[in-house]
Design a protein. Structure first.
Length: 236
């Protein structure tokens, strides 16, 4: 089943390199690591299964390389053969030839001096699986539609975590209690349901429900905000 677009990131100084030869600027590295557990994404970890992009590259071969996921800052694309993606044992490798534009030169120089070390990838999920591994919820990405890869100064997961967690089987939800409480909004002391409905059934002009607020509501909002900030900072 397809889902909303998600963003994942690998951030390490050894996985993206700048090479210049005969005036041609190139970036090479690893976009998606295979078989490596991610950092904790807020109650679960993820693993990319080898071959997860095989179908996608065959059926939809036009993958973009963007700077910071910005469509206006195009660096390369597979259709133009300025972006080459190759499956290796370690993961999905990339080799992109950068254009002689302000964005291309800026990206190359920032990678060269070590200011820019992250590579993110944007995708939608076709198939995944979940397992309880020694009390840890593990999501395995098995088949995705790869849309783009992006050298980025701050590779973040953002709201992708909540998209992923909603696919988690019910029998594993107990492992994600904290995530359920602050991403799904179903704290034990909250009367709202998982689908966003509330008991009062009434909302004001701004769309806010008229359920009575308890004294802990401000504290709950603060804890929710802190969790959302934390999920933006996790990396492979």
């Amino acid at each position: 089943m397809k889902t909303t677009k998600e963003i994942r990131a690998l951030s390490t100084t050894t996985e993206i390199r700048a090479v210049k030869q005969d005036g041609i600027m190139r970036l090479t590295g690893l976009a998606i690591p295979y078989g490596v557990r991610s950092s904790n994404l807020g109650g679960f970890v993820e693993v990319a299964k080898p071959g997860l992009v095989t179908r996608s590259l065959r059926e939809q071969p036009d993958v973009l390389a963007l700077r910071d996921h910005d469509p206006s800052k195009l660096l390369a694309r597979t259709l133009a053969k300025t972006l080459v993606l190759t499956d290796t044992q370690a993961g999905l490798a990339f080799d992109m030839t950068l254009p002689n534009t302000e964005t291309g030169r800026d990206t190359f120089e920032n990678v060269r001096v070590g200011n820019l070390t992250g590579v993110s990838w944007g995708f939608t999920t076709r198939r995944d699986s979940w397992a309880n591994v020694e009390g840890q919820a593990v999501r395995t990405l098995e088949d995705i539609d790869l849309a783009e890869i992006s050298p980025t100064s701050f590779p973040a997961y953002g709201k992708a975590t909540s998209v992923s967690v909603r696919n988690c089987p019910a029998e594993l939800r107990s492992l994600l209690r904290d995530v359920e409480g602050y991403i799904f909004g179903d704290d034990e002391d909250d009367d709202h349901t998982d689908d966003g409905e509330c008991p009062c059934g009434e909302h004001d002009e701004d769309g806010e429900c008229k359920c009575p607020k308890d004294e802990d509501s401000n504290e709950d909002d603060t804890r929710r905000a802190r969790l959302q900030l934390a999920t933006r900072r996790v990396r492979f």
